[in-house]
Design a protein around this ligand. Structure first.
Ligand code: GLA
Length: 397
């Protein structure tokens, strides 16, 4: 019965409506905030509205954070016609009211569901209701859908995500589609054109270097898992190494800077996951670092390549628009990295992207926000344990 209703909806929608073109969405990595990392199931209208206000007030909106996404646990059931129902106690004015409010302050609204029969927290999933849910989301004013992979009941991921993608494309509202199947069936091989971003790993944990036997992964592990996937990222289709933990308390300031720098280098979606209403200055300064965000949001849409791996010391490069380049020196070790870098000697690594031998480039330190030299001289810097030196090279006239 469910499937029949879904089929009827599929035919009637595709016959009469032409929906959003997924390829024109998320041309740079999506930026926003998501409730999961900090609040888990403890979501409500009050929380989400307060967070949206804080995103504007803290300067996050100005810095580029746009999508306010409610993750799992907003939904409690379906009515007799199969329409998804929000928790009326926690969302007393309903979801449209919330979406309207978020739009009224200049932000966009995102929601969460699952390709399985239930979400990961056991709430109703979208299996069998994809087209009905897509119509509901469009009617509410949803701009972004994160779609999970619990209770998949043996479905094939590519087909399951394509069904929801078709449903979203059929409604008259552009909705960014975030595939969340944790990299299990290599979504980078099939996700382009189906979704705008796909998770590449298990869930992030608020730690620098940790692995949990039930699947949680720390920042360093995620970086290693995603390093080789650079060729699959580009405008409209991004590798997603999961949401940010900055400000949640489990890492040092240097480690959070590394987290933010490397997510930006990897052209990852930047979805803050902390309590924006109560963040300290240090957290805000990291999350709103315009120099680093500009690297993440660069219109070329390239994911960085790890071009030098010297054990504890790594060098990553991300070509940027206008022939510029971002370089991130990452110190994984427990002691300081006393770097003395000869740009000319290492020129071969950049040969394809910039011409260091012929031209002189200024080096801007993206955390100190100042020029620290040019490529004509060696660069001497001390990089803290678990820290980074992130620079942008641009031609001097
Ligand atoms: C999965 C996802 C998380 C989060 C939870 C919610 O674990 O990977 O990001 O959405 O489900 O239940």
């Amino acid at each position: 019965m469910k499937t029949l209703l879904n089929l009827i909806l599929l035919f009637s929608i595709s016959a009469f409506a032409r929906g959003g073109d997924i390829n024109n969405l998320a041309l740079t990595p999506p930026m926003g905030w998501n409730s999961w990392n900090k609040f888990g199931c403890n979501v409500s209208e009050e929380l989400i509205m307060g967070m949206a206000d804080a995103i504007v007030k803290a300067g996050m909106a100005k810095a580029g954070y746009e999508y306010v996404v409610i993750d799992d646990c907003w939904q409690v059931g379906r009515d007799s016609a199969g329409n998804i129902l929000a928790d009326a106690k926690r969302f007393p004015h309903g979801i449209k009211y919330l979406a309207d409010y978020i739009h009224s302050i200049g932000l966009k609204f995102g929601i969460y569901s699952c390709a399985g029969s239930k979400t990961c927290q056991g709430r109703p999933g979208s299996r069998g209701y994809q087209f009905q849910d897509a119509m509901q989301y469009a009617a509410w004013g949803v701009d972004y859908l994160k779609f999970d992979w619990c209770y998949d009941e043996g479905q094939k991921a590519e087909a399951a995500y394509k069904t929801m993608s078709d449903a979203l494309k059929s409604v008259k509202r552009p909705i960014v589609f975030s595939i969340c199947e944790w990299g299990e069936s290599k979504p980078w091989l099939w996700g382009k054109g189906i979704g705008n971003l796909w998770r590449t790993t298990a869930d992030i944990r608020d730690c620098y270097n940790c692995l949990f036997d039930w699947g949680g992964v720390g920042v360093l592990n995620i970086i290693d898992l995603q390093a080789d996937l650079y060729k699959y990222a580009g405008p409209g289709h991004w590798n997603d190494p999961d949401m940010l933990e900055i400000g949640n308390g489990g890492m040092t300031s240097d480690e959070y800077k590394t987290h933010f720098s490397m997510w930006s280098m990897m052209a990852a979606p930047l979805m803050a996951g902390n309590d924006i209403r109560n963040m300290d200055k240090e957290t805000r300064d990291i999350l709103t670092n315009a120099d680093v965000i500009a690297v993440n949001q660069d219109s070329l849409g390239k994911q960085a390549i790890r071009f030098m791996d010297m054990g504890d010391h790594e060098i990553w490069a991300k070509p940027l628009n206008n022939g510029e380049i971002a370089i991130c020196f990452m110190n994984r070790g427990e002691t300081e990295w006393k770097l003395n870098y000869d740009w000319l000697k290492n020129t071969m690594y950049f040969a394809r992207d910039i011409n260091i031998r012929k031209k002189e480039y200024a080096i801007r330190d993206l955390w100190q926000h100042k020029v620290i030299g040019t490529t004509k001289q060696n660069m001497s810097q001390i990089i803290a344990p678990h820290g980074v030196l992130m620079v942008r090279l641009y031609e001097t006239k």
